[in-house]
Design a protein around this ligand. Structure first.
Ligand code: BGC
Length: 772
């Protein structure tokens, strides 16, 4: 399977800059925002689309709505392999899971030379966090709180994929994830709609570049529309129940941001939403996406999600499933073959109007024209290899990894913090199943990334300290282990000054799709290994590799230093070694609330207050809480330590009151900013560092209850030791907007609070009145 491809070659070294701040390398970026070059909103494409459409037979039209996996299947097979013949007959519009220029060109020659109308195929792939140059998993990329580096990473991925003829990625996944049991949390930007929207737009800009028809641009696909991350119980593919209000406030904004950034395609999700499968849901697909947002691109189904509406129970045969999905707004059928099998008959029998077919075909042709595929259907096979793993891409992968690491704990042992490692550390025991596991560093959906492209923690640390000072013992497997392995690890620990423990999940098996976990803990015997190593009394640095927060209360109590490293990509080792030694100062921040125990899930900071909030008033029995667990997370959203410390001054705002009516009339108009909020942030330590300064708002007294805090701004700043910066946020009317009791987007009179703070659980807010 493409998502699991991995092999071994060695990568040449890279790493130029040894500065404290990883410099973002020179990867040219698009000038953000719509229209994206000659994107799908360019009206000059329409006559070209119409000219082709006029010539098409019904069968050829339906062909454009059909997509198959021609590479390794990533789900239940379609049972088809006669793609060459089908393409020649004009029966296939799109193929995916092909991964070489030779293969894409071969299929394209058939489409362009043998099919009657010469319409090119569009080739897709799950290019999720890199193509060959693998970056941190999306959850890690989001933890950088750095949309620019995400955009640059997506640009690199686009350049590499396009060199292979792949002009369509099924990314970004913009599903809000509030439950760590859900394995696909790894693929997204976490729990917050504001941050999620910024990341969604950054990916789209990066993939699509400044011109979609540039040879190194690929079309984005925001997925999975919509609500997929709210799967009940965190169990993948499960049903979702989301009120229209919460849908609009929480789940839709990142999709809207992707559409506004010009995303040419959207993927409909597997889940049922309020009783109607998302892949046959006309409210979300037609009313919201098409009518309210004006989306002109392709809605592609997820893998067999059209056929799955039968299993959901709203169709008893394939023809009905095809009709329901198509009329609800799904233009293209990924892998289920139901449009191919039934659509012609459905049109001929009058059950599907020809006008709808024409509209679906227009969307597909529009994307193909926007990509320039009619003019340049082939790629130059001779240039394919040179596009991969370019030096600046590798440096960017290291920078992104460094910024994605979240330092969760760093306590003194013998007077000094364990990290960064001091010169006095001569001998290190490197223990754990993930210390030298290159394929796992690629995370789930590792694209064409190969284990041989990865520099593991072991390789990088051995280079840094010299093999003679490194005692490397596995200690256990990820899911298994023996007493002898553990004893060997304890022995190694006893010989060392310090232990670096590399523990965590198996990326392809335990994170990503179909990887929900009811017990998001260290698998196998790793907890036991951790406890035995800690019992040696040696200082321990725990490096956690995971696609979700793991519930590890013991570790957070007993282990002095913990880094959440996610799955960092090909530069895992160098990025970690630079971080361990303080050449890079950790600056990642959590984008998901880190639970103490799974019983707290779903857990998210931007919750509503209850009528009986915990900690308010004297009565503490009849309040909203658990008897056996605090309400608070282990670590809050936005949290992350640094090797230095930051102090926040009070939040100052330039006005004590704003008018709701004025703010409302400025919504959606790029109106002037309405409020300036400032706080002085000081580096109170002795090391330079980067801080992610966050701005939150609460609104009370409104027609619908609003979150106890909602992120409305963030900035990454660099501060030298002792330096103070006044960090200023300019807030637009949208920062105060909400979806009201009638599901209208508006600003209402409210008592507001504005915080500028280091995370979602700290700071003193400034009061603000929003008058009528
Ligand atoms: C996943 C999608 C992916 C598709 C194509 C599905 O199983 O849900 O995210 O894009 O397969 O590989």
């Amino acid at each position: 399977m493409i998502r699991r491809l991995s092999a071994l070659i060695v990568l040449g070294a890279l790493l130029a800059s040894q500065s404290t701040f990883a410099q973002a390398p020179a990867v040219a970026l698009a000038q953000s925002g719509l229209p994206v070059g000659t994107g799908i909103y360019d009206k000059s494409l329409d006559p070209k689309v119409e000219a082709v459409l006029r010539k098409m037979t019904l069968e050829e039209k339906v062909g454009q709505l059909v997509q198959y996996s021609a590479g390794q299947p990533t789900g239940p097979g379609t049972g088809r392999s006669d793609y060459n013949e089908m393409i020649a007959r004009g029966e296939i519009g799109a193929l995916f899971n092909i991964s070489t220029a030779k293969e894409t060109n071969a299929y394209q020659h058939i489409a362009v030379e043998k099919s009657r109308l010469h319409i090119p195929i569009i080739f897709g792939l799950d290019v999720i966090h890199g193509f060959r140059t693998e970056f941190p998993i999306p959850l890690g990329l989001a933890s950088t709180w750095d949309p620019q580096i995400v955009e640059q990473a997506a640009r690199v991925a686009a350049r590499e994929a396009a060199a292979t003829g792949i002009r369509w990625t099924f990314s970004p996944m913009v599903d809000i994830a509030r439950d760590a049991r859900w394995g696909r949390m790894a693929e997204g930007a976490g729990e917050d709609p504001f941050l999620g929207s910024k990341m969604a737009a950054a990916y789209v800009r990066g993939y699509q570049g400044s011109r979609l028809d540039a040879p190194d641009s690929i079309v984005a696909c925001a997925k999975h529309y919509v609500g997929y991350g709210a799967a009940e119980g965190g169990r993948d593919y499960n049903s979702t129940e989301i009120s229209e209000h919460t849908l609009r406030e929480i789940y839709l904004p990142p999709f809207h941001a992707a559409v506004n950034a010009g995303s040419g395609t959207i993927m409909s999700a597997f889940n049922s939403l309020n009783g109607v499968p998302a892949s046959a849901n006309s409210f979300t697909l037609t009313q919201i996406l098409r009518k309210e947002w004006g989306f002109r691109g392709i809605v592609d189904s997820d893998w067999t999600s059209i056929a799955e509406v039968m299993a959901h129970g709203i169709a008893n045969d394939g023809a009905t499933a095809a009709r329901k999905a198509f009329l609800a707004g799904v233009d293209m059928d990924m892998a289920s073959s139901l449009y191919h099998d039934h659509m012609v008959k459905l049109v001929k029998s009058g059950q599907v109007p020809m006008a709808n077919i024409d509209e679906g075909v227009r969307r597909v042709l529009r994307v193909k024209f926007a990509l320039g595929l009619f003019d340049h259907p082939y790629v130059d096979e001779a240039k394919e290899n040179a596009a991969m793993l370019q030096p600046e891409a590798i440096t960017l992968a290291r920078s992104a990894a460094e910024r994605s690491f979240v330092l969760l704990k760093n306590e003194p042992v013998g007077g000094a913090s364990v990290l960064p490692l001091s010169d006095k550390v001569h001998n290190i025991a490197l223990i754990g199943p993930l210390a030298d596991d290159s394929p796992n560093m690629l995370g789930s959906w590792g694209g064409l990334g190969r284990g041989e492209d990865v520099i593991s923690l072991h390789a990088a640390l051995a280079k840094h300290v010299g093999e003679g000072h490194l005692f490397h013992v596995k200690g256990s497997g990820i899911s298994d282990g023996t007493d002898a392995d553990i004893s060997a690890a304890v022995e190694a620990a006893n010989k060392a000054d310090i232990v670096v423990l590399a523990l965590g999940e198996n990326a392809p098996e335990m994170t990503g799709e179909a990887a929900s976990r009811a017990h998001p803990v260290l698998p196998g015997r790793q907890q036991e290994l951790l406890e035995k190593i800690a019992a040696t009394g040696k200082p321990v640095v725990l490096v956690l590799f995971s696609g979700r927060p793991l519930t590890l209360p013991w570790a957070f109590e007993k282990v002095p230093a913990v880094i959440a490293a996610w799955f960092p990509g090909i530069q895992a080792g160098p990025a970690l070694v630079r971080t361990l030694y303080g050449e890079s100062n950790p600056s990642g921040r959590l984008v998901v609330s880190w639970p103490r125990s799974v019983g707290q899930e779903p857990l998210y900071y931007n919750a509503l207050s209850t009528g009986r909030p915990f900690g308010v008033g004297e009565e503490q029995k009849y309040v909203s809480r658990y008897l056996d667990e605090p309400n608070t997370p282990q670590f809050p959203f936005g949290f992350g330590l640094s090797y230095t410390t930051f102090k926040y001054g009070s939040t100052e705002i330039n006005s004590k009151s704003l008018k709701a009516s004025q703010l409302s009339s400025g919504l959606n108009k790029k109106a002037a900013d309405v409020l300036t909020a400032t706080a002085a942030v000081t580096n109170t330590g002795s090391t330079a560092g980067e801080e992610v300064v966050q701005l939150y708002i609460r609104l009370e007294g409104t027609s619908t209850a609003q979150p106890v805090r909602a992120l409305k701004g963030f900035q990454r700043i660099k501060l030298a030791p002792g330096e103070t910066k006044n960090v200023t946020f300019q807030l637009a009317p949208e920062a105060f907007a909400l979806w009201d009791i009638n599901n209208h987007y508006t600003v209402e009179p409210a008592k507001a609070t504005v915080w500028i703070s280091a995370n979602s659980a700290t700071g003193t807010g400034a009061p603000l009145e929003i008058t009528p």
